[in-house]
Write a protein that binds this ligand. Structure first.
Ligand SMILES: Nc1ncnc2c1ncn2[C@@H]1O[C@H](COP(=O)(O)OP(=O)(O)OP(=O)(O)O)[C@@H](O)[C@H]1O
Length: 232
């Protein structure tokens, strides 16, 4: 079966410092994957490379069989770590724009997400708090039918109830086994039930790539495995 994502020996450097080294991983279609690791491990860099925003310096990547680039943009929805939405629009104006921008936009998903994420359409984007901005970003990713969804820190700085709302929106919109989702997060303990698989990224390398089931079968939790992998 075709993998959703294949990385083979992927490397990347910033200012001559290696950020990703020999990242090799194969993610089957339909998996919900946690991308876990300490600050600076390279999670954002890897997601940006998978989204086609950055070009890798070494190795080979395939997203649904194609190298990341303008063709895979159609299949890939990225929630970036920091805001990217036009502040001069209201949420409602942005949604009208997004419907035209993305050919795979689903108005049915949009309606559900506006309700569930409690978005007020008349609010100007420039005046949103971080958590509200993340919710608009999430709506923008999840209202599309893109088969590959990359979410960079969707829970950071978000209050507890909103985090639960966001987690259930992700599961509802992406949990039917047809979409492949990678979530970079530090909230390991709280969101481990979301994940089918976890990738532990340490100093730019994959330190472990395991299914959540295999971790549990050993009597561990994802959080305890995290501690084992990353403790000095
Ligand atoms: N534009 C840049 N120029 C130089 N170095 C950069 C740049 N962007 C990222 N880096 C460096 O690359 C490394 C990996 O950063 P990245 O943001 O991918 O890590 P991360 O795992 O997402 O971290 P965090 O959990 O803190 O968000 C860091 O050491 C960072 O300082």
């Amino acid at each position: 079966m075709q993998a959703a994502i294949e990385c083979d020996g992927v490397g990347f450097t910033f200012a001559r410092r290696p950020i990703l080294r020999d990242v090799t991983v194969r993610i089957p279609v339909g998996e919900m994957v946690g991308l876990l690791g300490p600050n600076g491990a390279g999670k954002t860099t890897l997601l940006r490379i998978l989204a086609g925003v950055l070009a890798p310096e070494a190795g080979r990547i395939r997203v649904l069989g194609e190298p990341p680039g303008w063709r895979t943009l159609r299949h890939t929805a990225l929630l970036p770590e920091r805001g990217h939405l036009p502040g001069w629009l209201t949420i409602g104006e942005w949604i009208i724009h997004a419907r035209r921008l993305y050919p795979d936009w689903s108005e049915e998903r949009e309606r559900r997400l506006v309700d569930d994420l409690a978005l007020r359409l008349d609010r100007p984007i420039a005046r949103l708090s971080r958590g509200e901005g993340v919710r608009v970003g999430l709506l923008t990713c999840l209202a599309r039918e893109a088969p590959v969804v990359l979410l960079d820190e969707p829970f950071t700085g978000i209050d507890l109830l909103s985090r639960e709302t966001i987690a259930s929106a992700i599961v509802r919109e992406c949990g039917d086994g047809s979409r492949t989702v990678i979530v970079a997060t530090h909230d390991v303990r709280e969101f481990e039930p979301l994940f089918d698989r976890v990738l532990f990224l340490k100093d730019g390398s994959i330190a472990a790539d395991e299914t959540a089931e295999a971790i549990r079968a050993r009597g561990q939790s994802v959080a305890s495995r995290y501690r084992e992998v990353f403790s000095p």
